[in-house]
Design a protein around this ligand. Structure first.
Ligand code: NAD
Length: 297
């Protein structure tokens, strides 16, 4: 029987955290200071709170400083933009994130474009986005960066492979396609909600990345034998057997697709931890650039 390998994002993220911790210790022993990641959370959306908490906890594990600023969901857009400018100018902060989604009265576009690109550790600004295809990357979008790192560390070749990305959002799907095509040298097909006959495309994938937000979108009949599956989706699925009444699931029907895949990410424990690891890598990079000036962003 063919071998299937689980792409263990939790383990790889923990390896990366250990590497970062070592670098932080070296920085401190040279008289430097720990990198500092700040986060802004507007409102009290449950999943967002969890995501931000997990990021702050990860900072503690690797020895980063962290600051979490929470604001009410009624906060005015203008006030948020002012806070962002303050973070841009704060010499003690190396990088910061504004947790999305934001309340409807605040423009995400305006917010993102107010963040200084050299502190944009989520990699969301237009400048960092454009530089995905430059040989001199800025700060890469955290989730696609995490996926590329996961593929690299499992030595999964991308060059010349057919990568099919399902989803073309600004923060995940679109930059994922760009990174696979440019850094990964893959042939990329980008699918989205208006794609006719999704299965026709996904069946051709050597590498299938799914970032949609619909549980069980990808079923066994939609993939070929030996496919590498990266499931970015995070969905809450009702489950009466769980204390909290739901469980987390990706966009891929794991049990049936895993039988055909050569590699597959679980949800949870796949891409999620890699996104946080990338955020830490970006913060370390931003901090080094600011304090040592060893590499231009
Ligand atoms: P989004 O809603 O911004 O974009 C969804 C994308 O899916 C769009 O491009 C849309 O065209 C496409 N789509 C919708 N229905 C489709 C269909 N039936 N067939 C094909 N394409 C379809 O979402 P997003 O921010 O890109 O996030 C996608 C998923 O990834 C969500 O579940 C989100 O929670 C998850 N996510 C996970 C991480 C992580 O770290 N693992 C990070 C970010 C987002």
């Amino acid at each position: 029987m063919k071998k299937m390998t689980i792409l263990d994002g939790k383990k790889i993220a923990s390896d990366i955290e250990n590497e970062i911790s070592l670098e932080v210790q070296q920085l401190l022993s040279r008289g430097g200071r720990a990198p500092h990641l700040a986060a802004i959370l507007v409102g009290d959306d449950g999943p967002s709170l969890t995501y931000v908490d997990n990021k702050v906890k990860a900072c503690k594990r690797v020895g980063f400083e962290s600051t979490l600023m929470k604001f009410s969901s009624t906060m005015a857009e203008e006030k948020l933009l002012k806070e962002i400018v303050r973070f841009n100018e704060d010499e003690d902060i190396d990088g910061f994130i504004v947790q999305l989604p934001l309340p409807a009265h605040i423009s995400e576009e305006k917010v993102i474009e107010t963040i200084a690109p050299e502190k944009d550790v989520d990699g969301f600004t237009n400048q960092n986005y454009g530089r995905i295809i430059s040989p001199h990357h800025g700060l890469l979008p955290a989730t696609p960066y995490g996926v590329m790192e996961l593929l690299r560390r499992y030595k999964i070749p991308t060059k010349g492979k057919h990568a099919v990305v399902v989803g073309h959002s600004r923060v995940v799907g679109a930059p994922m396609g760009l990174l696979l095509a440019h850094e990964g040298q893959a042939t990329v097909t980008q699918c989205h909600i208006d794609t006719h006959d999704l299965g026709y495309f996904t069946r051709q994938a050597d590498i299938l990345c799914v970032a949609v937000g619909k549980p069980n979108l990808i079923t066994a009949d939609m993939v070929k034998e030996g496919v590498v599956v990266v499931d970015v989706g995070i969905n809450r699925v009702e489950d009466a057997t769980k204390k909290r009444g739901y469980r987390l699931a990706g966009d891929v029907n794991f049990d049936e697709v895993a039988k055909k895949a050569s590699f597959i990410t679980p949800v949870p424990g796949g891409v999620g931890p890699m996104t946080i690891a990338s955020l830490l890598l970006n913060t370390l990079h931003a901090s080094k650039v600011r304090t040592e000036g060893n590499n231009k962003l």
